[in-house]
Design a protein around this ligand. Structure first.
Ligand code: CA
Ligand code: CA
Length: 274
Protein backbone atom coordinates (compact mmCIF):
# COMPACT_ATOMS: atom_id res chain seq x y z
CA UNK A 1 0.00 0.00 0.00
CA UNK A 2 1.49 3.40 -0.94
CA UNK A 3 2.19 6.00 1.74
CA UNK A 4 -1.26 7.28 2.63
CA UNK A 5 -0.58 11.00 2.57
CA UNK A 6 0.36 10.87 -1.11
CA UNK A 7 -2.32 8.47 -2.17
CA UNK A 8 -5.80 9.60 -3.07
CA UNK A 9 -8.34 6.86 -2.89
CA UNK A 10 -12.01 6.70 -3.74
CA UNK A 11 -14.60 3.99 -3.33
CA UNK A 12 -15.69 4.58 -6.93
CA UNK A 13 -12.36 3.30 -8.22
CA UNK A 14 -12.74 -0.10 -6.53
CA UNK A 15 -16.43 -0.83 -6.52
CA UNK A 16 -17.44 -3.98 -8.37
CA UNK A 17 -14.01 -5.56 -7.99
CA UNK A 18 -14.10 -8.88 -6.06
CA UNK A 19 -11.55 -7.59 -3.52
CA UNK A 20 -13.65 -4.55 -2.71
CA UNK A 21 -16.97 -6.40 -2.74
CA UNK A 22 -15.61 -8.80 -0.10
CA UNK A 23 -14.33 -5.91 1.98
CA UNK A 24 -17.69 -4.15 1.76
CA UNK A 25 -19.66 -7.33 2.56
CA UNK A 26 -17.63 -7.92 5.73
CA UNK A 27 -17.66 -4.36 7.08
CA UNK A 28 -20.22 -1.64 7.67
CA UNK A 29 -17.48 0.94 7.24
CA UNK A 30 -14.44 0.52 5.06
CA UNK A 31 -11.28 2.10 6.45
CA UNK A 32 -7.98 1.55 4.69
CA UNK A 33 -4.77 2.85 6.19
CA UNK A 34 -6.49 5.64 8.17
CA UNK A 35 -8.65 6.65 5.23
CA UNK A 36 -12.41 6.42 5.55
CA UNK A 37 -13.32 5.05 2.14
CA UNK A 38 -16.89 3.86 2.54
CA UNK A 39 -19.63 4.76 5.01
CA UNK A 40 -22.47 4.20 2.58
CA UNK A 41 -24.23 1.64 4.78
CA UNK A 42 -24.24 3.91 7.85
CA UNK A 43 -27.39 5.52 9.25
CA UNK A 44 -28.38 7.93 12.00
CA UNK A 45 -25.76 9.43 14.29
CA UNK A 46 -22.30 8.67 13.00
CA UNK A 47 -19.06 9.04 14.92
CA UNK A 48 -15.85 9.02 12.90
CA UNK A 49 -13.79 6.15 14.37
CA UNK A 50 -10.46 6.87 16.06
CA UNK A 51 -7.49 6.42 13.78
CA UNK A 52 -9.24 7.88 10.73
CA UNK A 53 -7.56 11.06 9.54
CA UNK A 54 -8.71 11.31 5.94
CA UNK A 55 -12.26 11.29 4.58
CA UNK A 56 -12.06 10.09 0.98
CA UNK A 57 -14.07 11.40 -1.95
CA UNK A 58 -17.60 9.97 -2.15
CA UNK A 59 -17.17 8.15 1.20
CA UNK A 60 -20.79 8.88 2.15
CA UNK A 61 -22.43 8.87 -1.24
CA UNK A 62 -22.22 9.66 -4.91
CA UNK A 63 -24.66 11.14 -7.38
CA UNK A 64 -26.74 7.94 -7.45
CA UNK A 65 -26.83 6.73 -3.86
CA UNK A 66 -26.11 8.12 -0.43
CA UNK A 67 -25.84 7.12 3.21
CA UNK A 68 -28.63 7.82 5.72
CA UNK A 69 -26.35 9.47 8.27
CA UNK A 70 -28.12 12.29 10.15
CA UNK A 71 -25.17 13.71 12.09
CA UNK A 72 -21.39 13.35 12.06
CA UNK A 73 -19.22 13.60 15.16
CA UNK A 74 -15.44 13.68 15.45
CA UNK A 75 -14.73 15.85 12.39
CA UNK A 76 -12.08 17.74 14.38
CA UNK A 77 -9.87 14.61 14.27
CA UNK A 78 -9.71 14.71 10.46
CA UNK A 79 -6.61 16.11 8.78
CA UNK A 80 -7.84 15.97 5.18
CA UNK A 81 -11.30 16.10 3.69
CA UNK A 82 -11.14 15.19 0.01
CA UNK A 83 -13.33 16.77 -2.67
CA UNK A 84 -16.92 15.47 -2.55
CA UNK A 85 -16.37 13.95 0.94
CA UNK A 86 -20.06 14.18 1.97
CA UNK A 87 -21.79 14.20 -1.41
CA UNK A 88 -25.41 13.01 -1.24
CA UNK A 89 -25.39 12.51 2.52
CA UNK A 90 -29.05 13.19 2.13
CA UNK A 91 -30.25 12.95 5.74
CA UNK A 92 -27.47 15.10 7.20
CA UNK A 93 -29.13 18.04 8.99
CA UNK A 94 -26.26 20.13 10.29
CA UNK A 95 -22.50 20.30 10.34
CA UNK A 96 -19.88 22.41 12.09
CA UNK A 97 -16.71 22.86 10.07
CA UNK A 98 -13.87 22.08 12.49
CA UNK A 99 -11.42 24.87 13.25
CA UNK A 100 -8.58 22.79 11.81
CA UNK A 101 -9.80 23.35 8.27
CA UNK A 102 -8.62 26.19 6.00
CA UNK A 103 -10.20 25.06 2.75
CA UNK A 104 -13.69 23.64 2.32
CA UNK A 105 -13.08 21.40 -0.69
CA UNK A 106 -14.88 21.20 -4.00
CA UNK A 107 -18.45 19.83 -3.66
CA UNK A 108 -17.86 18.79 -0.06
CA UNK A 109 -21.61 18.85 0.75
CA UNK A 110 -23.09 18.77 -2.74
CA UNK A 111 -26.62 17.29 -2.83
CA UNK A 112 -26.96 17.13 0.96
CA UNK A 113 -30.61 17.93 0.46
CA UNK A 114 -31.58 17.99 4.17
CA UNK A 115 -28.69 20.16 5.29
CA UNK A 116 -30.25 23.10 7.14
CA UNK A 117 -27.37 24.53 9.10
CA UNK A 118 -23.63 24.81 8.56
CA UNK A 119 -21.34 26.68 10.94
CA UNK A 120 -18.12 27.74 9.24
CA UNK A 121 -15.22 28.20 11.65
CA UNK A 122 -12.93 31.21 11.63
CA UNK A 123 -10.02 29.10 10.39
CA UNK A 124 -11.61 28.75 6.93
CA UNK A 125 -10.09 31.00 4.24
CA UNK A 126 -11.32 29.38 1.07
CA UNK A 127 -14.57 27.70 0.01
CA UNK A 128 -14.25 25.85 -3.25
CA UNK A 129 -16.93 25.84 -5.93
CA UNK A 130 -20.03 23.76 -5.41
CA UNK A 131 -19.16 23.01 -1.77
CA UNK A 132 -22.85 23.66 -0.99
CA UNK A 133 -24.46 23.08 -4.39
CA UNK A 134 -27.86 21.37 -4.42
CA UNK A 135 -28.29 21.93 -0.68
CA UNK A 136 -31.92 22.92 -1.13
CA UNK A 137 -32.74 23.04 2.62
CA UNK A 138 -29.94 25.48 3.37
CA UNK A 139 -31.83 28.74 3.84
CA UNK A 140 -28.90 30.77 5.14
CA UNK A 141 -25.15 30.43 4.87
CA UNK A 142 -22.85 32.81 6.76
CA UNK A 143 -19.44 33.25 5.13
CA UNK A 144 -17.24 34.58 7.95
CA UNK A 145 -14.87 37.50 7.78
CA UNK A 146 -11.72 35.42 7.31
CA UNK A 147 -12.97 33.78 4.12
CA UNK A 148 -11.07 35.25 1.15
CA UNK A 149 -12.52 33.11 -1.63
CA UNK A 150 -16.00 31.73 -2.26
CA UNK A 151 -16.52 29.57 -5.34
CA UNK A 152 -20.32 29.87 -5.44
CA UNK A 153 -23.30 27.54 -5.26
CA UNK A 154 -22.34 26.22 -8.70
CA UNK A 155 -25.04 24.53 -10.78
CA UNK A 156 -27.52 24.33 -7.88
CA UNK A 157 -31.22 23.92 -8.43
CA UNK A 158 -32.23 27.27 -9.96
CA UNK A 159 -35.12 27.59 -7.50
CA UNK A 160 -32.78 27.22 -4.52
CA UNK A 161 -33.22 30.38 -2.45
CA UNK A 162 -30.23 30.22 -0.12
CA UNK A 163 -29.25 33.57 1.39
CA UNK A 164 -25.47 33.88 1.45
CA UNK A 165 -24.14 36.44 3.92
CA UNK A 166 -20.64 37.76 3.30
CA UNK A 167 -18.94 39.22 6.38
CA UNK A 168 -15.77 40.06 4.45
CA UNK A 169 -16.50 43.03 2.14
CA UNK A 170 -13.50 42.07 -0.02
CA UNK A 171 -14.11 38.31 -0.29
CA UNK A 172 -13.34 37.18 -3.83
CA UNK A 173 -16.60 35.68 -5.12
CA UNK A 174 -16.54 33.59 -8.26
CA UNK A 175 -19.54 34.51 -10.37
CA UNK A 176 -18.96 31.77 -12.95
CA UNK A 177 -19.81 32.56 -16.57
CA UNK A 178 -22.94 33.46 -18.55
CA UNK A 179 -23.56 29.81 -19.44
CA UNK A 180 -22.48 28.46 -16.07
CA UNK A 181 -23.41 31.04 -13.43
CA UNK A 182 -22.19 30.16 -9.96
CA UNK A 183 -25.40 31.19 -8.16
CA UNK A 184 -28.99 30.17 -8.89
CA UNK A 185 -31.19 33.11 -9.94
CA UNK A 186 -33.22 32.81 -6.73
CA UNK A 187 -30.22 33.11 -4.38
CA UNK A 188 -30.00 36.22 -2.20
CA UNK A 189 -26.65 37.83 -1.39
CA UNK A 190 -26.14 39.91 1.73
CA UNK A 191 -23.09 42.04 2.32
CA UNK A 192 -21.72 45.50 3.01
CA UNK A 193 -22.45 48.44 0.69
CA UNK A 194 -20.15 48.52 -2.36
CA UNK A 195 -18.67 45.12 -1.36
CA UNK A 196 -17.76 42.31 -3.72
CA UNK A 197 -21.09 40.67 -2.77
CA UNK A 198 -22.93 43.80 -3.91
CA UNK A 199 -21.02 43.90 -7.19
CA UNK A 200 -21.58 40.22 -7.96
CA UNK A 201 -25.29 40.51 -7.12
CA UNK A 202 -25.62 43.51 -9.42
CA UNK A 203 -23.73 41.82 -12.25
CA UNK A 204 -25.75 38.61 -11.94
CA UNK A 205 -29.09 40.38 -11.27
CA UNK A 206 -29.50 38.66 -7.92
CA UNK A 207 -31.35 40.11 -4.96
CA UNK A 208 -28.98 41.99 -2.66
CA UNK A 209 -29.52 43.10 0.94
CA UNK A 210 -27.14 45.45 2.67
CA UNK A 211 -25.71 44.59 6.07
CA UNK A 212 -24.00 47.32 8.06
CA UNK A 213 -22.36 48.11 11.31
CA UNK A 214 -23.55 51.31 12.94
CA UNK A 215 -21.00 54.06 12.24
CA UNK A 216 -19.07 52.06 9.63
CA UNK A 217 -19.39 54.79 6.98
CA UNK A 218 -16.67 53.36 4.70
CA UNK A 219 -18.32 49.90 4.86
CA UNK A 220 -15.16 47.92 5.57
CA UNK A 221 -16.85 45.95 8.33
CA UNK A 222 -14.98 47.75 11.14
CA UNK A 223 -15.47 50.82 13.23
CA UNK A 224 -12.39 53.03 13.14
CA UNK A 225 -11.01 56.56 12.76
CA UNK A 226 -11.27 56.03 8.98
CA UNK A 227 -15.06 56.25 9.37
CA UNK A 228 -14.70 59.57 11.15
CA UNK A 229 -12.53 60.83 8.27
CA UNK A 230 -15.09 59.54 5.74
CA UNK A 231 -18.00 61.41 7.31
CA UNK A 232 -15.94 64.58 7.86
CA UNK A 233 -14.84 64.62 4.21
CA UNK A 234 -18.30 63.81 3.00
CA UNK A 235 -19.76 66.73 4.96
CA UNK A 236 -17.17 69.02 3.37
CA UNK A 237 -17.73 67.44 -0.07
CA UNK A 238 -13.98 66.94 -0.23
CA UNK A 239 -13.27 63.29 -0.91
CA UNK A 240 -11.64 60.99 -3.43
CA UNK A 241 -13.43 57.93 -4.76
CA UNK A 242 -11.66 55.73 -2.19
CA UNK A 243 -12.70 57.99 0.66
CA UNK A 244 -16.31 58.22 -0.44
CA UNK A 245 -19.14 57.55 1.97
CA UNK A 246 -20.20 54.03 1.14
CA UNK A 247 -22.94 53.28 3.61
CA UNK A 248 -25.30 56.12 4.37
CA UNK A 249 -27.30 53.72 6.56
CA UNK A 250 -24.26 53.08 8.72
CA UNK A 251 -23.33 56.78 8.79
CA UNK A 252 -26.76 57.97 9.87
CA UNK A 253 -26.16 56.96 13.47
CA UNK A 254 -29.09 58.83 15.01
CA UNK A 255 -31.31 57.47 12.23
CA UNK A 256 -32.95 60.81 11.43
CA UNK A 257 -32.62 60.31 7.68
CA UNK A 258 -29.72 62.69 7.10
CA UNK A 259 -26.00 62.67 7.74
CA UNK A 260 -24.78 65.68 9.61
CA UNK A 261 -22.50 66.89 12.36
CA UNK A 262 -24.59 65.12 15.01
CA UNK A 263 -23.72 61.76 13.45
CA UNK A 264 -20.08 62.82 13.51
CA UNK A 265 -20.32 63.62 17.22
CA UNK A 266 -22.08 60.32 17.92
CA UNK A 267 -19.41 58.40 16.00
CA UNK A 268 -16.59 60.12 17.89
CA UNK A 269 -18.28 59.11 21.14
CA UNK A 270 -18.62 55.52 19.96
CA UNK A 271 -14.94 55.37 19.04
CA UNK A 272 -13.88 56.80 22.39
CA UNK A 273 -16.02 54.27 24.22
CA UNK A 274 -14.57 51.34 22.27
CA1 CA B 1 -15.15 51.30 8.81
CA1 CA C 1 -28.31 61.51 11.19
Amino acid sequence: MPEKKQFEMSRLAFEDTPWYDDLQAENDIVIINGMLVDALKCKGEFEIPDGVDIICSYAFGDFEKGSMVTSIKGAEKIKIFRDCAFVNCKELKEFTIPDTLEVIPYRMFSSCESLEKVVISESVKQIESGAFSWCDSLKELVIPKNVEYFGGLTDSNQGCSTTVIFENPNCFIDGGSINFPSFPYSAVLKGYADSTAYRIARAMELKFEEIYLEGDANADGELSVADLVTITKWLKSDYTYEEKLKSSKAADIDENGSIDVFDLIALRKMLLEN
